[in-house]
Design a binder for this molecule. Sequence first.
Ligand code: SF4
Ligand code: SF4
Length: 432
Amino acid sequence: MADTTVISKIAEHDKPQQSDLDKCVHCGLCLNACPTYRELGVEMDSPRGRIYQMVQIASGAPITDSYREHIDLCLACRGCESACPSGVQYGRLVEAARAEIETHTERPLGTRFVRSLVFKHLLQSPAMMTLAGSMIYLYQASGLQRLTRSSGLLKLFGKLGRLEQLAPPAEVPFFFNKIGRTYPAEGPKQRRVALMAGCLANVSFARLNEATVRVLQKNGIEVVIPDGQGCCGALHAHAGIRDEARKLARRNIDAVLGGGFDAVVTNAAGCGSTLKEYDELLEHDPAYAEKAQQFKKLMRDVTEVLGEAPLVAGMRNLPWRVTYQDSCHLAHGQKVRKQPRSLLKQVPGLEFREMPLSDMCCGSAGIYNVLHTEMSLNILERKMSAVNPMKVDVIATANPGCMLQLRAGARLFGSGQRVMHVVEVLDEAYKK
Ligand code: SF4
Ligand code: SF4
């Protein structure tokens, strides 16, 4: 039954804008780039179909459960944006559609509780993340995880059991204790950058953050991890919780601007595309619109910063066959495709193999794999069926969320390929 309970009013500028909707000429050239359409073959689960439904809502149709489901099932991967010849900014549209849904419908009590716990508390609280991370660490380090996985017990838990396969690791010591520190450049200092350490990444990708610092240092870059930073708000913006995303954006801008940095860097492509779009998020905030523009000008993915000059010499031979999975928010959201490949190709001995459909989403998409586990795993299985014949040792990518998903893919549908971030490959090469 349609649920159209209005629980609050949405600002006009947070709804899908008519000028954006009008750009779609319904040509359908985006359909094949859409993972949910490829999976289901249903027009309403294609970019064109979703835009058509947004147009109906903008014309006064009610927000129904069916509309919400089709919009929810979108990965927000923006593959359709790259395929679209008319320049439709689909990422902007789907975020606005979700913001409209969020304020016009009331979700079931349990869903609201989980969403509030995750978005308003867990992701914003280092203390809660440390607690959750410590519990995961105990589960993993005690051998309980190995036992549950090998015993077949997980099958009895249905969706919960499948979710366990996608759970992030906990890497002690967590990265939170590095926030506020400065790491000097090795050799003559070329630049000074601020590193955004992420939120969950402090717990689940602490070693990746450390590797990122080391590789930047090695390449003559001083790295500051500014105090006062926190979650970037990407997951909030993708889920349509825009006011919460704005709060987090203001906090990060305050933490970084005025620090005299040549760039602000992230190793998480999903965070990067939101960080680069703070100007859109805050364009109607008179106190922050200008600051958000300045922040956007400084924001870079780590592969962009490292790709500005040839890598410093001193890498050892890595006789690995490596392929690269484009992170959607790097390739489609930020249009960064060349740099990660070029960095990998500079590693001595490394054999680079191009993956077919490398910019097709792996099914990770923030917390999509948690909310739509079945669809996510189907997309992942399809991805791994393209990777397996390539006989590579390593799947490299540029986003922690994709790493988790691909690791599950290598375990469930692959041949145990190693999954690494591009900077982890470089870090490995720089090790003596
Ligand atoms: S989003 Fe672009 S490619 Fe897709 S139907 Fe509309 S105009 Fe065509
Ligand atoms: S963002 Fe991705 S899943 Fe959503 S409509 Fe576009 S291509 Fe399909």
